[in-house]
Design a protein. Structure first.
Length: 610
């Protein structure tokens, strides 16, 4: 077992390991693999951990991803866990936006713009190469180059007991991809899958994927949102007759993601935004499903699974209950550890409510509030949302910011608006491109519902979101300023007519549309916050936060919007952290500082006359 851990003495963090047996014992001891605080001090760099890519099946040889100040661009360095040291003369890549996967101990499949590679218009690598140990990267063999306008190109190597299979994924945007199989001689074969398929992995020679649209193939009809499988050898022969459905969605249930172990496929589902886990195995009669015995009304995520393991580690949490770690064997699950509670939650309750949006759609949201909260409209309330890129906001243990907000007498609401993935592809597509304003209508509907319930009122209601959520709060502010008393827009997109010209922005055209196309520009202009903010409008106070080191969403969005609103005479607060990347904070201290600023500002703005 390995994890990355941060606390008051390890603000950058440590990567550490222990055995599963030791982890379940009363004498838990960890062995530190890499101390990021010590490494940063020794090398005089503000290293931020961005994960490790390790070679199966023993996972002791890894490429460590280190970011300067939290940027997406990383330095990649080979590390030998058994020796406890970086490998002298080993694989090494200077700072860039790049990805690798191990083919074997002496070869990497690499997507990098360095030394003979190239970038796409979003700033990501478009060249896939096979790099052999001991040779210059410039001499690595190129096997694929994507289009310059594509969003992503990923190297994918799957190691299983049955063998190793190599793939390349070309993604023109977030929601479409072509999957290529790489043969032994390095030649590529495009697999005949739908162009909006979401590839999940390989299980005993069968491709596993999620469908964003319905698919009729091989005499089988699979609905949008279904998990399906097809034999790889048949796909290589353009034969779709082996299509089978692992699991299908319902009106309330959506498939979130897939985890693949040695002997089974585990399907994570959301049922009315609550987590479920299904085990699926294949036999001569097809796929057989069995539910895994986990608690209900919470959120689950796979912490660890592997093609060489029969066990899974599942993280389970609720808004008022800290994370519990479950060991799953077959369909049985048991708690093997749990985080301590951050606060006494006995006086608080969680309820799920539904607001009615402008088109009559029921929009769910969760409300966390004191059991004795007054219903006279005076309760200061934060409404948090995101609403994009198929990302679901599920019940998760409250952040320190949210906990302190509750302690100060506030309520905290989490919106499950369209654009997210809470009800599968249909929920996301409902707010895509020209339909983007539906997300803002949903968010406004929840705000009205909170006020109509008697809990709060516009003067005491604040909205908060980051990244696409920062666009959400910015757009909702200019559309419905009368609904809110305060707005936080963090690391946001705000100038939507130029977003595709800045940093990774071009990769999001599939989500928002292309401002260079007249028809699409027309619908983007209707909601883009920077273009729609007006001097004579009466906006609530707004707080913009960003990071100088954000190389995903350009800090220029927040800078321009703040400057324009200040020039127009509006009440604006602005904070730019020099470090932090798109997370807005590079370590625990910076995160605490940012959250404290937001919390105190919300208290000042929303507790007036409360």
């Amino acid at each position: 077992m390995r994890n990355f851990w941060q606390d008051e003495t390890h603000v950058r963090g440590i990567w550490r390991r222990t055995s599963l047996e030791n982890y379940q014992s009363n004498n838990l001891e960890w062995e530190t693999i890499i101390d990021l605080d010590a490494l940063a001090k020794a090398e005089d760099q503000n290293w931020v951990w961005k994960g490790a890519d390790c070679l199966a099946p023993d996972f002791n040889r890894c490429m460590i991803n280190l970011s300067r100040g939290g940027a997406d661009a990383v330095v990649m360095r080979e590390y030998d866990i058994e020796r406890g040291a970086f490998v002298d003369g080993g694989f090494f890549l200077e700072e860039e936006k790049q990805n690798i996967d191990w083919i074997d101990a002496n070869r990497l499949l690499i997507a990098s713009p360095l030394d003979g590679g190239s970038k796409n218009t979003s700033g990501y690598a478009r060249t896939i190469r096979i790099w052999e140990r001991g040779t210059p990267l410039a001499d690595a063999r190129t096997i694929f180059t994507s289009e310059e306008t594509d969003a992503f190109t990923f190297p994918l190597v799957i190691h299983r007991p049955e063998g190793v299979e190599i793939f390349v994924s070309r993604a023109p945007d977030f929601f479409h991809q072509t999957l290529y199989h790489v043969g032994a001689d390095g030649t590529l074969k495009a697999l005949p899958l739908p162009d909006d398929v979401n590839f999940q992995g390989l299980y005993k020679g069968r491709i596993i994927a999620l469908l964003r649209s319905g698919w009729d193939a091989g005499g089988q009809s699979a609905p949008a949102g279904a998990a399906v499988s097809l034999p790889l050898d048949q796909l290589l022969a353009d034969d779709l007759s082996g299509l089978e459905i692992l699991a299908a969605p319902t009106e309330t249930r959506a498939i979130e993601n897939i985890a693949i172990s040695r002997d089974a496929v585990y399907i994570s589902m959301l049922d009315q935004v609550r987590g479920r886990l299904i085990k699926a195995q294949h036999d001569d009669n097809g796929w057989v499903q069995s539910p895994v015995a986990l608690p209900e009304t919470g959120s689950l995520s796979v912490v660890s699974s592997g093609h060489y393991n029969r066990q899974l580690l599942i993280n389970f949490e609720r808004f008022l209950e800290p994370d519990s770690l479950f060991l799953v064997e077959g369909t049985a699950a048991k708690v093997i550890n749990a985080m301590p509670a951050r606060f006494d939650s006995a006086d608080y309750q969680v309820n799920q409510h539904f607001a009615i949006s402008d088109d009559g759609t029921q929009i769910p949201y969760f409300l966390i509030v004191h059991k004795n909260a007054p219903m006279d409209g005076s309760t200061p309330t934060i409404l948090y949302g995101y609403g994009g890129f198929e990302i679901s906001l599920t019940p998760s243990y409250l952040s320190p910011l949210a906990i302190e907000w509750l302690k100060q007498g506030g309520a905290y609401a989490v919106a499950n608006i369209r654009g997210g993935g809470e009800f599968g592809p249909r929920w996301h597509k409902a707010a895509l491109n020209e339909n983007r304003p539906r997300a803002y209508e949903d968010f406004a509907a929840i705000a009205r519902d909170l006020a109509q319930s008697g809990l709060t009122s516009p003067a005491h209601l604040g909205i908060y979101g980051g990244s696409n959520g920062g666009l959400l709060t910015g757009a909702t502010m200019v559309r419905n300023p009368e609904l809110f008393g305060a707005v936080v827009s963090a690391v946001p997109l705000l100038d939507m007519l130029r977003y595709h010209k800045l940093l990774a922005g071009a990769s999001w055209i599939g989500e928002y549309g292309d401002p260079d196309i007249a028809e699409e520009r027309a619908w983007i202009e209707t909601y883009s916050p920077y273009q729609n903010v007006k001097a004579k409008a009466d906006y609530p106070p707004v707080f913009f936060t960003t990071s100088t080191r954000d190389d995903r969403v350009h800090p220029g969005h927040a800078r321009k919007m703040a400057a324009k609103m200040i020039e127009q005479g509006h009440d604006v607060l602005y904070y730019e952290n020099i470090e932090g990347g798109h997370a807005g904070a590079a370590n625990l201290k910076q995160r605490a500082m940012r959250d404290a600023l937001i919390l105190v500002w919300f208290l000042q703005e929303l507790k007036k006359d409360a």
